[in-house]
Design a protein around this ligand. Structure first.
Ligand SMILES: [Zn+2]
Ligand SMILES: [Zn+2]
Length: 340
């Protein structure tokens, strides 16, 4: 047995990260199994003491740790302060949605697994018929050789040669029954990656002593073929006709709320960034909507047909007519070197 074992986590068979609720649950199950009044195992008393001591030890250590952990984890979420009622464990899952779904809000059906107490054994892990298991140490004889090769009483089984166990056939002694859950949830608009949704009472189920845990969903937004989300700003780049830039034409910009028409300021054809305030990812609570930020790259015409060439040359002739304004370098050069 584990009398040499001094790590309370190992004694209880839980991970060092276990919550107080998990700790309590595990302790209750083990205590029920090993209580000397309930178990006829020869080492039940010893085991029960060991379990109780480990539990007391972890209670003393875990209490402040857990408070710190809760504060950190829930700092960014709209969650009220931790209540003092003991709760079953929380469940944390990722919620993957598209950028459009995150922006507008959506309904989703999520599927996950949570445990509840096995109904057959009510979570104790033991039920029904006793099962006999031969003692491995003495191979069922009840006697072993000691260091001096004398036959002595087997300590493991108390000389009986076998153990009597009662293990619930429905849960294999774990005391838990896993249930598949489908839950329809509403995702409010404007959730950003990393934001958390809390669904109260949808974590691990409670019982007469524990309140049900909560379900936390962390929003993950799929990468988008066009937009990049930076804060609440939506960035994208697009090519624009250099002539539209020069002439100050209208361009259509895609946004999450539909196409936005924008009049360019007439100016040189060069790489430029447009920022349309409030046309990016929607706001939420006190956070205002982001901007739509567009990188425009000028594109010069290629492969002109006859009509396009004619119109362009007409435009060029009109520019040359007023070259001192429209094409000043050409006007200056002609003044210096061109002879009429
Ligand atoms: Zn069971
Ligand atoms: Zn034995």
């Amino acid at each position: 047995m584990s009398s040499l074992n001094s790590d309370p986590h190992e004694i209880l068979g839980i991970s060092p990260g276990a919550t107080p609720a998990e700790l309590k649950r595990v302790y209750r199950r083990l205590a029920m199994r090993w209580h000397p009044d309930r178990s006829d195992h020869p080492q039940a008393t010893e085991r029960f003491k060991e379990i109780s001591a480990a539990y007391e030890q972890l209670l003393a250590v875990d209490a402040p740790d857990d408070e710190d952990g809760e504060t950190e984890e829930t700092a960014s979420a709209p969650v009220e302060p931790e209540e003092s009622v003991a709760r079953a464990a929380d469940i944390r899952l990722n919620l993957e949605i598209s950028l459009e779904e995150a922006a507008a809000g959506c309904r989703k059906t999520i599927h996950y697994t949570r445990g509840k107490d096995c109904p057959t054994c009510a979570g104790s892990g033991e039920h029904g018929m006793a099962r006999t298991r031969f003692c491995g140490a003495c191979h069922g004889s009840g006697r072993v050789h000691d260091a001096k090769r004398k036959l002595v009483h087997c300590d493991d089984c108390g000389g009986r040669g076998f153990f009597t166990e009662r293990i619930c056939p429905d849960c294999g002694g774990s005391g838990r029954e896993l249930a598949d859950v489908s839950l329809e949830i509403r995702v409010p608009h404007g959730m950003l990656p990393g934001d958390e949704l809390r669904l109260s009472g949808q974590g691990e189920p409670g019982d007469d002593e524990l309140q049900a845990g909560d379900l936390y969903l962390t929003v993950i937004i799929h990468s988008h073929p066009l937009y990049q989300l930076r804060g609440r700003d939506l960035h994208f780049s697009m090519p624009v006709s250099a002539l539209a830039m020069i002439g100050g034409g209208d361009i259509d910009l895609p946004s999450l709320s539909g196409v936005v028409s924008h009049s360019l300021d007439a100016g040189p054809a060069k790489h430029q960034q447009l920022r349309l305030a409030g046309r990016g990812f929607p706001g939420r609570g006190k956070k205002p909507a982001g901007d739509l930020v567009v990188d425009l790259t000028p594109v010069f015409p290629r492969q002109l047909n006859a009509r396009q060439r004619k119109l362009l040359l007409q435009a060029n002739a009109a520019l040359l007519d007023d070259a001192s304004e429209a094409l000043p370098e050409i006007a200056d050069w002609q003044a210096a070197h061109g002879g009429d």
